[in-house]
Design a protein around this ligand. Structure first.
Ligand code: PGA
Length: 243
């Protein structure tokens, strides 16, 4: 099982120190062999998190990277820089970036290429709106979002996919478990059909994961882990999700 935490734009030095200490003391030592924790703090805190988590079964990721390699792009952080300071992962395609920063397939493709070159592993987020869900177009939307992952240019990219229905993010609403199972199966079979990867496609579920629904979500076949937003900011809740 993979337990990924997306802290989004939350926290402070005090908060980061305290949640990392909690994770070190009461979560990391109890994570079963073969499972892993990926923490994605705001970039400004990521170096400190890398240092803190050395020798722990915890990997650190960023929430985004630039679509440019380097140069005059004020305020941007490159994939190479993330890798340089010891980050192993980057989240790309999160619906908040798609929505608030107009991130689309061509832009995300550039980011994926740069992450691949930098040796970063990617959590690639996909998901449909509520209207698309109601219209029954979820699979079409996901195929369109996945199309950039399935190009030969990204053959060396190490990635996992996070299925995050937009209408489930931060709302407390989760799709029916059976529907999640069907979608995860669909994502795996679609990606393995379009690429040569058939054995190592991992799909996380994200969107209102909490201590009440985590066990059921984790028990679904083809759910290889969870991407947790809000509940990952509360160490007790995150612990209950992971253990
Ligand atoms: P949520 O966020 O757990 O707060 O719904 C998930 C996400 O956006 O990755």
């Amino acid at each position: 099982m993979i337990y990924a935490a997306n802290w989004k734009m939350n926290g402070s030095t005090k908060f980061v120190n305290s949640i990392l200490s909690e994770i070190k003391q009461s979560i990391a030592p109890h994570i079963p062999l073969g499972s892993k924790i990926i923490l994605c703090p705001p970039s400004i805190y990521s170096s400190a998190a890398v240092m803190f988590c050395k020798n722990m079964p915890v990997e650190i990721g960023a929430q985004d990277c630039s679509s440019h390699k380097d140069g005059a792009y004020t305020g941007e952080i490159s994939a190479d820089m993330l890798s340089d300071v010891g980050l192993e992962w980057v989240i790309l395609g999160h619906s908040e970036r798609r929505q608030y920063h107009n991130e689309n397939n061509p832009l995300l493709f550039e980011k994926l290429l740069l992450a691949q070159t930098a040796g970063l592993k990617v959590i690639f987020c996909i998901g449909e709106t509520h209207q698309q869900y109601l219209n029954g177009t979820t699979k079409e939307v996901l195929m369109q979002q996945l199309s950039i992952l399935c190009t030969p240019d990204l053959i060396d990219l190490d990635y996992i996919i996070a299925y995050e229905p937009i209408w489930a993010i931060g709302t407390g609403v989760v799709p029916e478990f059976q529907k999640i199972e069907i979608i995860h199966q669909f994502i795996k079979s679609h990606v393995s059909e379009k690429t040569n990867r058939n054995c190592d496609i991992h799909v996380l579920y994200g969107g209102s994961v909490n201590p009440e629904n985590a066990n059921q979500l984790k028990s679904l076949s083809d759910v290889d882990g969870v991407l947790v937003g809000g509940a990952s900011l509360d160490p007790e809740k995150f612990k209950q999700i992971c253990l």
